[in-house]
Design a protein around this ligand. Structure first.
Ligand code: GDP
Length: 587
């Protein structure tokens, strides 16, 4: 029985917990550190983490969680009444790298979104709108499917239609398949755009065939997959693609409620000098207007400016409209749900409740108790890899950290010790040096003084402008840490009929080959009954006193075995012969 019971709230600072437990705060910080959590006195940990740490410390204390009223910040979905209005479809464009996602969006929007992008790869989620036949279509620009899935996990059924882009001169590729799977999982309607049909190497039929192999049979082949042949370069087929998007949307009867307060999702957020938090949202219901009191996750504020995707002022933003908002006091997170409140007081209190209730506010830790538990239960053979990640904007940061987490496997325990928006700082380098971590930077810079510090501290800092390159680099680095896979191939077996000589590192014996064959250099597992008692290696094979290259099933033979230490081989033992290869493994 524990000596005493302490009642703790859902979240508690490290300092307060130490006081409650009556132990030095340094001891608590040390224990957290041992478990991969870098915490300061003022940081908060949740109840479950506290519980785990108390057990690890072996304290005679029972913890009890204070019962709290659940905090309801917003509804995830809204009932649609009779007065619901139709809304524009939200479309995501996905596909293999270089198949023309950006060019296609560019052609559709007639905007130069390609310029200024490193490698032409989209870096963070943004959204755009275009008009077609007097109707509006909203396009989401997605950084990587992982980030998109993460957004979805935050409770959003965001996309109505996924346009899968496949280059006609390259066909279906791994990321195409991924995109198809994603659309299926997301329950979104799919339209395939076969792009680059202007190229001489374009082979539309072959591409269709490959699509059919993935259960996307074109309508003109008797299937039900809408396929549009396009060229982002010549603009051929773009109108038809837009027609099809609207047609698919019409079948879905997309509606939104505009009778209540505006709500939607944060799809991008970053800090800007002079403007403070700059937050892109996608409105799902209601109308967002300047002057309203807004809450997203643990952040609140009053909408100061509202602009559209071209940075033009907006009077109000209705359903399916992407808008950029300033006026937040803190930076909300990518994926946070936003809602509007009548008074500033109400907004402030909801945001503060949400901060208390959710992890992820600025003072809390990046690790959840479930992650901590998983970590602690993982076997010691797992290699621990510490990373610190910095990125230019919140959207990219989430994208990069999510993608890095995906690489983790049975043997590699990837710990993202710290992550944040902004350039790499001396603090980051110090943290990396003390925890033997590698720093990954995405679209950020490394000031000269920090670079010098990193060189002195021998901290590896790797900066990228393209997400895929960063992930590839991480994969390479991690692959080199994986222990190679060992593959054993059975070649034959033999029953020992006589033991002629036993030396310190050698045995000479005779026996009958039971199966397969025996050749010099094979490894041999020595078994007595079911038990494997030793391992040896075939040095030479003899038949009728002659050294031979091989003997087969049914043959009687003599063997000279190399052994590690003295092997007391006995008549009746069996030898199992095999080869052992090591293969480098891929992640
Ligand atoms: P993403 O990686 O899928 O966004 O692909 P991009 O839009 O960056 O396009 C990759 C390359 O293909 C660029 O060099 C484009 O100019 C080229 N490209 C894209 N669409 C077309 C097309 O319809 N025809 C031709 N000829 N080239 C294209």
């Amino acid at each position: 029985m524990a000596e005493k019971t302490i009642v703790l709230p859902d979240m508690i600072t490290v300092g307060d917990l130490a006081t409650q437990l009556d132990i030095p705060v340094t001891k608590l910080i040390g224990e957290l550190f041992k478990n991969g959590i870098m915490a300061t006195v003022n940081q908060t940990i949740d109840f479950d983490t506290a519980q785990i740490i108390v057990e690890e410390l072996g304290l005679e204390v029972d913890l009890e969680q204070q019962q709290e009223e659940p905090v309801i910040t917003s509804k995830a979905t809204r009932e649609l009444g009779d007065d619901a209005v139709s809304r524009p479809p939200i479309v995501a464009v996905m596909g293999h790298v270089d198949h023309g996602k950006t060019s296609l969006l560019d052609a559709i929007l007639n905007l130069k979104v390609v310029t200024g992008e490193a490698g032409g790869i989209t870096q963070h989620i943004s959204a755009y709108q275009t008009e077609h036949n007097d109707r509006t279509i909203t396009f989401l620009d997605t950084p990587g499917h992982e980030a998109f899935s993460a957004l979805r996990q935050h409770g959003a059924a965001l996309t109505d239609v996924v346009v899968i882009v496949v280059a006609a001169d390259d066909g279906v590729k791994p990321q195409t398949v991924e995109a198809i799977k994603f659309a299926q999982q997301a329950n979104a309607k799919m339209i395939v755009a076969i792009n680059k049909i202007d190229k001489p190497a374009a082979d539309v039929n072959h591409t269709k065939q490959q699509l059919a192999e993935h259960n996307l049979t074109p309508e003109d082949w008797g299937g039900d997959t809408v396929i549009v042949e396009v060229s982002a370069k010549t603009k051929q087929g773009i109108d038809k693609l837009l027609d099809m998007i609207l047609l698919v949307a019409d079948i879905e009867e997309l509606k939104a409620d505009v009778s209540g307060a505006a709500e939607g999702l944060v799809i991008e957020s970053h800090m800007e000098t002079g403007r403070g938090p700059v937050v892109s949202v996608l409105v799902e219901h209601g109308y967002l207007e300047a002057g309203q009191f807004i809450v997203a996750g643990g952040a609140n504020g009053k909408v100061r400016t509202l602009t559209d995707f071209r940075d033009k002022p907006l009077a109000k933003a209705g359903p399916s409209t992407p808008a950029t908002v300033t006026g937040f006091k803190e930076l909300p997170q990518f994926g946070d749900r936003f809602t509007i409140f009548k008074s500033e007081k109400e907004a402030r209190s909801v945001a503060s409740d949400s901060r208390q209730a959710h992890r992820g506010s600025s003072a809390s830790l990046s690790m959840t108790s479930t992650e901590l538990l998983t970590r602690m239960s993982k076997s010691a053979k797992q290699q621990q890899v510490n990373l610190i990640v910095k990125a230019d904007v919140q959207g990219s940061l989430t994208s990069v950290t999510d993608s890095l987490r995906v690489i983790e496997n049975e043997e590699l325990d990837i710990r993202i010790l710290g992550s944040g928006v902004g350039n790499i700082s001396e603090n980051d380098v110090r943290m990396a040096a003390s925890s033997n971590a590698v720093i990954y930077g995405f679209n950020v810079t490394l000031p000269t003084s920090v670079k010098q510090l990193a060189a002195r501290e021998k901290v590896s800092v790797r900066i990228f402008k393209v997400i895929y390159e960063l992930i590839d680099d991480a994969r390479d680095m991690l692959t080199s840490l994986l222990s190679p896979e060992v593959v054993e191939t059975q070649i034959g077996s033999l029953e020992v009929k006589g033991v002629f000589r036993i030396q310190r590192d050698m045995v000479i014996c005779g026996g009958k080959v039971l199966s397969g064959k025996v050749v010099p250099d094979l490894l041999a597992r020595v078994k007595r009954g079911e038990e494997a008692i030793a391992e040896a290696q075939v040095h030479s094979v003899q038949r009728e006193q002659q050294e031979v290259k091989e003997v087969f099933e049914g043959d009687m033979c003599g063997l000279q075995l190399k052994t590690r230490g003295k092997l007391l081989l006995e008549e009746g033992d069996t030898l199992e012969f095999f080869t052992r290869e090591t293969k480098a493994r891929a992640l």
